[in-house]
Design a protein around this ligand. Structure first.
Ligand SMILES: [Zn+2]
Ligand SMILES: [Zn+2]
Length: 752
């Protein structure tokens, strides 16, 4: 006898074509009932037998849409209801939502084929999407994911689009972002002072192709925000873009039209190729080869690598097919500001940067930069977690039910909201000293709190109370009458890796190696070269790099020569006098005598090594010295690295000894490449020695230093021989982007 069963499915199941998929599967199994989105995911009711519902669920799990992620499912028998057919019913939610948010998906193969097919009705339509692809998070105003809750609501579907939307056998059945040339989004091409060049849709793209080929700079509104584009083979165009953006050296990303062209320019591993072609469509950092035809020196000065991506939207796909050559594609902003997404703002801020603007009239709700990743063999390192990756599903064990907001750090800000049983880690925002970044960070927090209709009861901030995130956190504490807790920066980093690998309950001792630029320590000194031990919900600091003078506040991070100045003793210091003016020398000598602020920063140690090897003395962008040093070390091809540390001191690692040894070897004619490599090798050896001294087999590494692919590579090689199991951040970046998640994990799992 037929019964009625209810199946609740949780996970990333909205905005991924799940309901249409269930609909056709139900038809195939001749089931009658309903499917709808609800606050927890997707809910199905159907009339069948116990065996029938089990078979149906089995088929569902086996054939689910590629971009869906199912985290749990429950079958219950429910009160018998007679259904006459199987239908999709509209969502009705009044309760708080409790499901992962869906990130944006890059354009799928079927849509790419359609827009290049002259016989297809979407030929050349730049906003073609389907249930499998298109913007999601970027255009969401509310949840659950329905057209009325997106920016598409202002476009009424034409009759043909509506037929697709309502036809169960069409691949755009229930596609919430459905539109076409007749009813959809419109392009508009304008010159930089605002005068319209054309609104003819075909002409818009053709003219942009023409402008870029002519060496001009065009600001293009993609579905996640504006990007600035120019010809990647034209050094003059790139130099102009650098000058206008006031960005002398920081690398630009390059967009290629086809994967085969990327393959001709770079030697791709299968992992890199998969990432480039994935629905995330991130920027993948690739090693240059002698065949790389783009203007590499202008794109990423003095670096032997390039950030490469494929088009993420139909608009960019169309454009790139017509251009047929790689273009520079960098976030549309001016130095330090967030990516721009509104037309007025573009014209205010980018008038002096871009020659032309390609606008469109789809509103962006959550603008995001492109994500950036790099591979060390199969290990993916996330450098920036943004479009396509955020705010996707983070699998984290949560203790307790109270809503928590973690404010994160300062330079690479993110926040983490835990309003229910899910953990939502926001995208990367940037440096909160920038007014516009701070505004966007604030607004996004407000949007999230609105979306989840939940006011946090506890707010977590960094111990550094001058961070803008800490200041705002305290304001929110008064506003919402919430509790406040400060969490030490490096302990939060450690907790982020423990959380990502679900290691809080493992019982084993875990060594935390947390190395970065700066973070305020428990002793009010500036930490950055820390070793911790984790066991049974407690974290202890067991060792650190020796303290040295922290000079001239923020200037220290910008001028690698200052870290070197601080790390050398009086005698050796004279050797680097040539790096300073006479006045500067006098000031710094005076400063070092009275200075009381100390640091254990490994990030600054990298700077000092870059300076001692005459690679760079003053950074033009954050982490430039570390990147150049890694680049130099990668040029070492022999296999005879030096370990600069012989004495085994397991409470304070002697940074001054490392620097002295490098200076001596450099004077004795060792090559920069050899010494740069040996420095990184010495750091890796230090971790192994520390693990052995503490009899620990699991080592969790986090902090900005672990974005260095060479150290990851050396550690991975050593791990096999030494039988040490290394854990790195996986879905989150190793840098301060993971602090907010780490704070929430620390709060929930650490007792001391
Ligand atoms: Zn598609
Ligand atoms: Zn239409």
């Amino acid at each position: 006898m037929a019964k009625t069963f209810k199946i609740q499915i949780k996970g990333q199941v909205q905005g991924v074509g799940f309901r249409p998929f269930i609909f056709s599967l139900a038809k195939q199994y001749q089931l009658k009932g309903t499917v709808s989105n609800n606050e927890n995911g997707v809910i199905i009711f159907c009339n069948t037998s116990k065996v029938g519902v089990d078979n149906f669920l089995k088929a569902l799990l086996l054939n689910k849409p590629e971009i869906a992620i199912i985290t749990s499912y429950v079958i219950d028998e429910s009160r018998y209801t007679e259904f006459n057919d199987f239908i999709i019913v509209a969502s009705k939610t009044k309760t708080q939502i409790n499901l992962p948010l869906t990130p944006d998906f890059a354009v799928c193969e079927s849509c790419k084929t359609e827009i290049l097919d002259p016989k297809n009705r979407r030929f050349n339509y730049p906003f073609t999407t389907c249930v499998q692809c298109g913007p999601r998070y970027a255009i969401t105003t509310k949840f659950p994911f329905e057209r009325v809750h997106t920016s598409l609501i202002k476009f009424d579907m034409c009759e043909v689009c509506n037929d697709e939307y309502t036809n169960p056998s069409d691949r755009r059945f229930h596609s919430q972002t459905n539109s076409c040339r007749a009813c959809g989004i419109q392009l508009k091409l304008v010159i930089n002072f605002g005068e319209t060049i054309t609104e003819n849709q075909a002409d818009c793209i053709d003219k942009v192709v023409q402008f870029i080929s002519d060496g001009k700079i065009v600001a293009i509104k993609n579905t996640n925000g504006y990007i600035l584009c120019c010809d990647a083979i034209n050094p003059e165009a790139i130099k102009t873009l650098r000058a206008r953006k006031i960005r002398p050296n920081k690398p630009f990303a390059v967009m290629y039209p086809f994967i085969r062209m990327v393959k001709a320019d770079f030697e791709l591993t299968p992992y890199e190729e998969d990432a480039l072609k994935s629905r995330v469509a991130p920027i993948v950092i690739l090693q240059n080869t002698k065949n790389t035809r783009i203007s590499t020196q202008e794109i990423a000065p003095n670096l032997n690598q390039t950030g490469v991506m494929l088009p993420s939207s139909s608009l960019l796909h169309l454009l790139m097919q017509k251009i047929g050559t790689p273009i520079v594609a960098t976030s549309g902003n001016i130095h330090g500001s967030p990516i721009i997404f509104e037309k007025e703002e573009t014209q205010n801020q980018l008038t002096d940067v871009a020659d032309y603007f390609l606008h469109h009239n789809l509103d962006i709700q959550f603008p995001q930069d492109d994500s950036v990743v790099k591979f060390v063999d199969s290990q993916e390192l996330i450098f920036r977690r943004s479009r396509g990756l955020a705010p996707n599903y983070i699998d984290a064990k949560i203790n307790g039910e109270e809503p928590v907001l973690a404010m994160g750090a300062h330079l690479k800000s993110t926040f983490t909201l835990v309003p229910n049983s899910q953990t939502y880690v926001s995208q990367y925002f940037g440096n909160l000293d920038n007014y516009d970044v701070l505004k966007r960070y604030k607004n996004t927090i407000e949007n999230y709190v609105d979306v989840f209709q939940t006011k946090p009861k506890t707010i977590l901030i960094d111990k550094h109370l001058q961070y803008q995130s800490s200041i705002l956190g305290k304001e929110l504490v008064s506003k919402w009458n919430a509790n406040l807790q400060e969490i030490q920066h490096h302990k939060a980093h450690f907790a982020s890796v423990l959380g990502e690998h679900d290691k809080f309950n493992s019982g084993e001792k875990i060594l935390g190696v947390i190395w970065d630029g700066t973070g305020l320590g428990d002793d009010n000194q500036i930490w950055g070269g820390e070793f911790f031990e984790y066991q049974r919900n407690e974290i202890q600091r067991v060792a650190h790099f020796e303290y040295y003078n922290w000079l001239a506040h923020d200037k220290m991070a910008k001028e690698p020569r200052l870290s070197l100045f601080s790390l050398l003793d009086n005698e050796d210091r004279d050797y680097i006098k040539y790096k300073f003016s006479k006045t500067e020398w006098g000031i710094y000598l005076k400063m070092i005598k009275t200075n009381r602020l100390k640091t254990s920063s490994v990030g600054r140690l990298f700077d000092a090594v870059a300076s001692v090897l005459d690679i760079v003395d003053i950074n033009t962008f954050e982490a430039e010295a570390a990147m150049l040093l890694e680049n130099c070390a990668a040029g070492y091809i022999k296999n005879n690295p030096i370990d600069f540390l012989h004495n085994d001191n397991y409470t304070e690692i002697p940074s001054t000894k490392i620097i002295e040894a490098i200076l001596k070897a450099y004077k004795n004619g060792f090559s920069k490449e050899h010494l740069a490599y040996s420095f990184i090798y010495t750091l890796a050896k230090t971790i192994i020695k520390m693990a052995k001294a503490h009899h620990i087999k699991i080592v969790a590494c986090s902090g900005g230093v672990f974005q260095n692919s060479l150290i990851i590579n050396i550690l991975t090689q050593m791990s096999k021989k030494e039988k040490i199991n290394f854990k790195f951040n996986r879905k989150l970046s190793a840098n301060d982007e993971n602090i907010s998640f780490g704070q929430s994990m620390y709060y929930q799992h650490i007792k001391n």
